[in-house]
Design a protein around this ligand. Structure first.
Ligand SMILES: *Cc1c(COP(=O)(O)O)cnc(C)c1O
Length: 429
């Protein structure tokens, strides 16, 4: 298996190189050269396989010869040691809960997989990989947790000041050891732009082995395909549609990979907050990001979603793309309204991201009532306790995983702009 650059100028690389480079040398995203559908015998009998066996079948073609079977299975069992419950909310609507990992958001799977792979590649080597990651809230926490004390790695997390929740900030800034947090004056897109710029910066490239741990990295992005298999394994239904609360569009893009691998999925819905570049793209066929707007579903405060180009790559043209994918945006009032309604009707507590997912699903099902809908509940509501508690008027229990970090001191380095960022990276090493 090889990866090619979506900018088209760079030579093909294997999984190990794609992971370590993050982005191709021409600045393009890596994309698998081929996607081979899985055997229908496997797809039709998912309930006979463990979650780890499913993960192995799904990921192995993307790893190729980079990791042998035994080691890959061990990496997967270190990655997936928690559950992905599917909650029946009635009326053919299900919530797929992806927040039962160590940092309580769905990004744990990708971050842990990538960290385990990099630790494996560096096992007998004396090199240090510097992992750069921009976060809109949850990625940084998952990456910090996944890479904590992983041999041969240093992690730098860039997060936007005052734009992540209190619990998210604690998760980013209280690790120490090989993890450093950079607090950036600006938005998530500013953080992401610094990371992208760093990758094509000769001075940085000559001094450090840089890699990224955003969903632009294939090792972070592809394992997210597992979720869709787990949902189908549990549901055993046809006419399935998935609504994915989307920011950088990595998760939904992995869902489309799962479909390409043979999962029986009829339609995807990319649900966004008011950062609506993609819903506008579907309406007007123009891709024109606006400045990022801060919302209560802050992990989706992204106006220039990096992975959309990967989605476009999988479709011939706009018509085939838009017949398979719909995209809707919702504001914070609508989000909190549905949180309140679902709590009062079902006693089910959602986080703002899952709520946006449910809004998109309901909108689609209104005209497609014969379908079964799954929305991804991507974070634990406690991460956004302020908004959720105010809305449902109930105090949330604090999970043990969060309690532990609340008393730890936040440590971060302030960053003004790219020049400042560069100076501070050099002074750290
Ligand atoms: C990151 C994140 C998203 C958005 O996922 P993308 O892959 O960036 O589209 C949605 N919800 C939560 C809770 C997240 O942390």
């Amino acid at each position: 298996m090889f990866y090619r650059s979506l900018n088209g100028h760079y030579k093909k690389v294997n999984f190990e190189t794609a992971l370590k480079k993050g982005l191709a040398e021409d600045g393009g995203l890596f994309f698998p050269e081929k996607i081979k559908p899985l055997k229908s015998n496997f797809i039709d009998n998912l309930e006979n396989y463990s979650d780890i066996d499913i993960a192995y079948e799904v990921i192995k073609q993307f790893i190729g010869n980079s990791i042998n079977e035994e080691d890959l299975k061990e990496i997967l069992s270190n990655t997936i040691d928690f559950d992905f419950p599917l909650i029946d909310l009635g009326n053919n609507i299900y919530s797929l809960e992806l927040f039962h990992g160590p940092t309580l958001a769905f990004k744990d799977v990708g971050a842990r997989f990538m960290a385990n792979c990099l630790g494996y590649f560096n096992k007998n080597k004396n090199i240090i990989n510097t992992v750069l990651v921009a976060t809109s809230g949850d990625t940084g926490a998952a990456v910090a947790n996944g890479f904590f004390k992983v041999k041969g790695t240093k992690v730098i997390i860039l997060y936007p000041e005052n734009k992540v929740s209190e619990i998210q900030e604690r998760q980013l800034t209280t690790n120490g050891n090989n993890i450093t947090a950079f607090r950036v004056k600006g938005s998530f897109d500013d953080c992401q732009n610094m990371v992208k710029k760093a990758f094509v910066d000769i001075e940085l490239k000559n001094k450090f082995n840089l890699t990224s741990a955003n969903s632009i990295n294939v090792a972070r992005w592809l394992p997210q395909a597992f979720y869709y298999f787990y949902a189908v394994k549990k549901l055993k239904k046809n006419n399935l549609v998935f609504s994915v609360p989307s920011g950088n569009f990595g998760n939904i893009c992995a869902g489309i990979i799962a479909k390409k691998l043979g999962l029986p999925i009829d339609h995807f819905i990319a649900s966004t907050n008011v950062n609506d570049t993609i819903p506008r793209y579907f309406k007007y066929q123009v891709f024109s990001p606006k400045p990022t707007i801060q919302t209560i579903s802050n992990a989706m405060d992204v106006s220039n979603p990096s992975n959309f180009i990967r989605i476009q790559e999988m479709f011939e043209n706009f018509e085939s793309l838009s017949s398979f994918l719909s995209s809707y945006s919702f504001d914070d009032n609508q989000t909190l309204e549905i949180v309140k309604k679902i709590y009062s009707d079902k006693k089910y507590i959602m986080d703002p991201h899952g709520a946006v997912g449910l809004l998109g699903l309901k909108k689609y099902l209104a005209n497609n009532s014969s379908k079964t809908g799954v929305f991804l509940e991507t974070a634990h509501p406690i991460k956004f306790s302020k908004h959720i508690e105010n809305t449902i008027k109930v105090k949330l229990d604090i999970p043990e995983k969060i309690n532990k970090i609340l008393s730890k001191k936040k440590q971060y380095i302030d960053i003004k702009d790219y020049g400042d960022f560069k100076k501070k990276i050099f002074s750290m090493h």
